[in-house]
Design a binder for this molecule. Structure first.
Ligand code: G3P
Ligand code: CA
Length: 242
């Protein structure tokens, strides 16, 4: 097995808990994951909120766009019952709440903050995320990422040192060239890219590969042997095959 195996819980332990909720993040910590991945967007009043879809329809009991609600309004929605009624007390957390939780004693998790600004462009999201992570002194524990190359570029303009991953879908032949141009220092990709010649070239060019979303433990070993640095999974509690 690869020496520095790192498993990140995708949207928290989202295979068994409602995604992007405090319960899912706490379960990831207790399962022994090395990190969590989460998605951040902006509410109408500019709060950084943790939710994947641009609309709240799939993962809450409400309807409409995240950007059209204040955080006080978003906080009222039930973000757990869609998954299982036992999670009816779960809500959409803020990024600040996650950072507060992550800086409590004993919590050493890496936090991959995906800026969800590829469909809706949230003006100022990059500045806000950076400013918050500086305030919580999480520079060494946060990895930023985005599918939007302009957002990655903006993050790099604002911060020369942060770990920033360029997120790609499928086998993206120009990923390395784009990653170099926008100042990313890693590529966050799917299994198909990691196992392709382009994945090998990316590693040779100095870009660590962090792979999403792998839910079969039998694939973990193959991917780490192919040079992956991180695997993101909905099931970080799966037993690792040695
Ligand atoms: O950050 C990796 C992965 O979460 C990207 O895809 O759609 O699950 O946010 P998605
Ligand atoms: Ca994500």
């Amino acid at each position: 097995m690869h020496q520095s195996i790192s498993i990140y819980a995708h949207r928290g332990l989202s295979g068994r808990y409602p995604e992007n909720t405090m319960d899912a993040f706490q379960a990831a910590l207790e399962a022994g994951a090395q990190g969590i991945e989460l998605d951040v967007q902006l509410s109408k009043d500019g709060q950084m909120v943790i939710i994947h879809d641009e609309k709240i329809n799939r993962t809450t009991d409400g309807t409409g766009y995240v950007k059209d609600f204040s955080y006080a309004e978003l906080r009222q929605f039930d973000a757990g019952s869609w998954f299982n009624p036992v999670f009816a007390n779960q809500y959409i957390p803020t990024l600040e709440e996650v950072f507060k939780w992550a800086t409590k004693d004993g919590n050493q998790l890496i936090i991959n903050v995906e800026l969800k600004n590829d469909v809706i462009r949230y003006e100022g999201l990059e500045e806000k995320v950076l400013s918050l992570l500086y305030r919580y002194r999480l520079q060494d524990r946060v990895i930023l990422s985005s599918f939007n190359p302009e957002s990655v570029k903006r993050l790099r303009e604002l911060d020369a040192n942060m770990k920033i991953g360029y997120l790609i879908l499928g086998i993206h032949k120009n990923a390395v060239k784009i990653a170099e141009n926008i100042g990313a220092n890693a590529i966050h990709c799917e299994e198909a890219f990691a196992l392709s010649q382009y994945g090998k070239e990316a590693i040779s060019a100095g870009f660590p590969l962090r792979i999403y979303t792998v839910n079969e433990a039998s694939k973990f070993k193959v991917l780490f042997e192919a040079g992956a640095e991180v695997i993101m999974t909905d099931y970080p509690d799966l037993p690792l095959e040695k």
